[in-house]
Design a protein around this ligand. Structure first.
Ligand code: SF4
Ligand code: SF4
Length: 339
């Protein structure tokens, strides 16, 4: 696609000559595709050299995903394929990942710009991520994606392109078009709008290394069990261990909100919910005065935001609302026997 003979120079590069990007995300938000688009934009669109690859487990919506992009000038050879440890740009697609994955490991002040999909200000984001310092960019990618009927990855690509300082806008637009233009032509207007808004609306602030938080070096994930340590037959010794799971990273901005005054205790929500979200306790029904199981609320630790419950609830006691406008800790009701 590149028509220009001029070599594109990188504004900064590491000792091996690469500008490196790491995206921390969950399955379903499109980090893998974002990596492919940025790599295509650099290599085919701008005549550079590089590599893009991803690392994920069961390829299931909601599970952690890492995508890596390594870009170098046209005459530099790509001889490594290891994960990006100290990126120039670290893009975090979902805030809740911080609870489950050491997403900020290797974010180095003076080198890394962290971009977080959030409604927080840069100062709030720095405290939330406990970053030792450096540049932080914030963008409300979830809201922009909803407003433009696009996806979080389009907004994040726009923000990454802006912060990189070298991605040519027409190359990025071309790569998005190449990926989706034919297959999803009807979505291209929204995609381009999301891309542009990501570029224009990302807000960046620089923080000194002031000792407020410790620097976290990158560490390779070492699985707890290997061939020498795994229990014979793969037996699970911890019964009921799913209760430790936190599924909040699976949500993409919308949650069910329960209005108990409209609930008729039919139980349809619990039957349709794929997880362990609805908290019932024995009690007296305030309407009938009879003893029975009463719905107390939702344990959002287990809610993956599928919204099936909102479709099944005929009295309208469960409605979809924006997660960012709720205080999840305040509205969560925990199962008593798990406290
Ligand atoms: S489906 Fe609706 S009305 Fe029925 S128990 Fe659940 S919240 Fe209550
Ligand atoms: S959205 Fe509703 S049905 Fe889906 S996991 Fe959450 S509580 Fe369960």
């Amino acid at each position: 696609m590149s028509e220009s003979c001029e070599k594109v120079a990188l504004p900064v590069k590491n000792d091996l000559g690469f500008f490196e990007i790491r995206m921390e995300s969950i399955g379903g938000l499109g980090a893998n595709v974002a990596g492919k688009i940025l790599t295509e934009a650099a290599i085919i669109g701008m005549g550079m050299n590089g590599a893009g690859f991803a690392s994920y487990g069961s390829e299931k919506k909601g599970t952690p995903v890492k995508a890596f992009v390594r870009v170098c000038e046209a005459d530099t050879k790509v001889r490594i394929n290891s994960p990006v440890e100290e990126p120039h740009i670290l893009a975090i697609f979902h805030e809740a990942l911080i609870r489950a994955v050491p997403v900020t490991a290797g974010a180095t002040p003076g080198k890394t710009t962290v971009i977080l999909n959030t409604r927080k200000t840069p100062t709030e984001a720095r405290d939330f991520l406990k970053l030792s310092g450096g540049a932080i960019g914030v963008i409300d990618a979830m809201e922009i994606a909803r407003a433009t009927r696009s996806r979080v990855n389009m907004v994040m690509i726009g923000a990454i392109a802006k912060i990189s300082g070298f991605f040519e806008w027409k190359a990025v637009e071309w790569a998005v078009n190449d990926m989706f233009g034919e297959k999803y032509a009807n979505l291209m207007k929204g995609n381009m709008e999301a891309l542009r808004r990501g570029y224009e609306e990302v807000k960046i602030e620089e923080f000194p290394k002031d000792g407020k938080y410790e620097y976290k070096p990158f560490q390779r994930d070492v699985p707890k069990y290997g061939y020498e340590t795994a229990p014979i037959g793969g037996v699970l010794f911890e019964m009921g261990n799913m209760r430790f799971k936190d599924l909040s990273t699976s949500r993409t901005g919308i949650i069910p909100l329960l209005d108990l005054s409209k609930c008729v205790r039919c139980g349809d929500c619990d039957l349709t919910c794929p997880d362990f979200c609805f908290v019932w306790e024995k009690g007296i029904d305030p309407k009938s005065g009879k003893e029975g199981m009463i719905l107390r609320g939702i344990d959002y630790q287990y809610c993956k935001g599928c919204l099936r419950c909102t479709h099944i609830c005929k009295p309208g006691a469960l409605v979809p609302v924006k997660e960012a406008e709720q205080n999840i800790e305040q509205i969560t009701v925990k199962h008593k026997f798990l406290k």
